[in-house]
Design a protein around this ligand. Sequence first.
Ligand code: NAD
Length: 650
Amino acid sequence: MLLDSVERLRIPVIAAIHGACLGGGLETALACRYRIATDHPKTILGVPEVQLGLIPGAGGTQRLPRRIGLTNALDLILTGKHVRAKKALQLGLVDELVHPSILRTISIQRAREVAEGRRKSERYGGGLKGVILDRNPAGRTLVLRRAREQTLAKSRGNYPALIAAIDAIATGYDKGPAEGYREESRRFGEMAMTDVSRQLIFLFFATNELKKDPGVDPLQYPELPVSAFEPLPIDKIAIIGAGFMGAGIASIAVQHGSLVRLKDADHSRVAKGYAAVRDVLKERLTRKQITRVQYSDYMALVGGTVDYSGFGNVDLVIEAVFEDLAVKHQVLRETEAAIKPSAIFATNTSTIPISLIAQASIRPDRVLGMHFFSPVHKMPLVEVITTEQTYPQVVATAVSYAKKLGKTVIVVNDGPGFYVNRILSPYINEAAILLDQGVAVEIIDKALVDFGFPVGPITLIDEVGLDVAMKAGKIMAEAFPDRMHAANSLPAVVTAGRYGRKSGKGFYSYDKEGKKGDVDPSVYALFLAPGSIPVVKSITPPNAQDEPQRDDMPGIQIQQRTVLAMLNEAARCLSDGIIKSPRDGDVGAVFGIGFPPFRGGPFRYMDSLGIQIVVQRLEDLNARFPGRYEPAELLLEMARRRQVFYPGER
Ligand code: NAD
């Protein structure tokens, strides 16, 4: 109502936009008579509410479609993405772009012109498509129906705000804006009370808290001066290993202004790494996310080498060579001989304990783990791993640098698999055991995508590489032999030379461009008895009326076996001191593995199930599969005391 009165005011109100204009900010701008934005990289516009499980609640679902056309508005509202000023102008979201220095002058001038009736904001109809689809009721019905279908298929009903937003938009078209506003506020209220939005808002605040978290707590080191916690400046870095990960890290480092020495064993591998960096930047250029000038500036920051020349003045070395302790030891020794004593050595190992790598170091206080996830330019998390010897300033520096690269950082303690891979391991392992037992590949994947993971565990193994997954699984099985027995299926498929996407064949088949196809049925012969086919071929729908078929397995059973193994391990990581808090564990799982964000993360999910229920389900599973589901001591204790991980929430 307030914004409506702004819109109707006799004296026109116009919006002058510089910086972030998101959510209620953009809705306010939309209620103005005219919008001017600065053509500045900081100026972004969008309605991100659905990312918090909400819908735009100040008229956005009504004004936005009328301003930029239904299709464009649905795209902005249902993704919550933001657009830059130039795109906003193209969309008709703003009327004009100006340089920041003249924003004020031009705005005052435009206000006069609008008041005197000499200037008007032109509505954008969404182009020819807009005329055909948005402007007639049949076209709109079609667009809205398609949006509903696609949204449901993609979100699997896990994100109710998406449908609520479509409902509010549809009401506005069917019954007029007044009804539309009412429906919008009614649905906003409903969404604000959902568990989904509670979880998403928690994640939003937790990530913001982590942005401010320096990663070390001075109170734990009362003997050290304040300066021991101040991050050192990092301008020049070296990356050893120009493979998949090394090149990925280089590609983001240059975009944040670091000068990068990329080292590998020979020239052809350096060249390959260089080409991989170029590909990432080229893609950004093609998508107009960076300019041609930026592209060449960034490329100019990468230099290749096959020896340690230029290492004398780097501030940080990130090692991403093969996952082999002997190789890592050799590289560490050679590096320390070449770098200045103050430089930091960070290893990107995914499974080898950092303290084991640091054994070869003459300065173990300057050694730690910086665990990036693949693909580096897309995955938002970095795990910084500390040993007992790592000096606080070294941790603070690694944390601050990873944040500078745009990552969310959790600081974890050393141990096999650290946090993310440690909780991932029993989950993947259980999926592989289900395969051993004759459950079809696509059934396992479907059950966990339904649960809310972005991809199923078998697809994930294919992505990561079966060889890599098997090696990691072996290390974890050695570390935790009581509960992480390796499955037969993985090694059998690896032995057949099928490594997943990178080799064109794993559990699924891939075309020449690496695009995933169907499950390759010949895979079953590799680990099931000769001639056998998977027994379990379908999932019983949760509310099935009919008796389940003999070859059905309830999806929930697959979900429980895999996810409970992960939850149990997460609880162990907390009591073992691998992670510092449930918050870090939740953020790490959501951003590192894609644990369903609407469930908040493993700890919040356990809270919403109830710890007693979690323990009971683990005990039931442990009775069927002795040893694999022994409930963590911490969970037993919490169940006895009726505690929760987030006590403030109840
Ligand atoms: P990769 O095989 O793609 O790259 C390794 C590179 O290191 C190769 O180019 C190789 O030539 C080079 N190399 C080997 N020995 C060297 C030496 N002595 N000096 C210089 N270069 C040397 O492997 P990757 O997938 O990039 O993995 C690298 C590291 O990152 C491993 O420790 C791995 O566990 C870890 N990691 C991998 C992933 C992933 O998904 N691939 C994720 C997180 C961490």
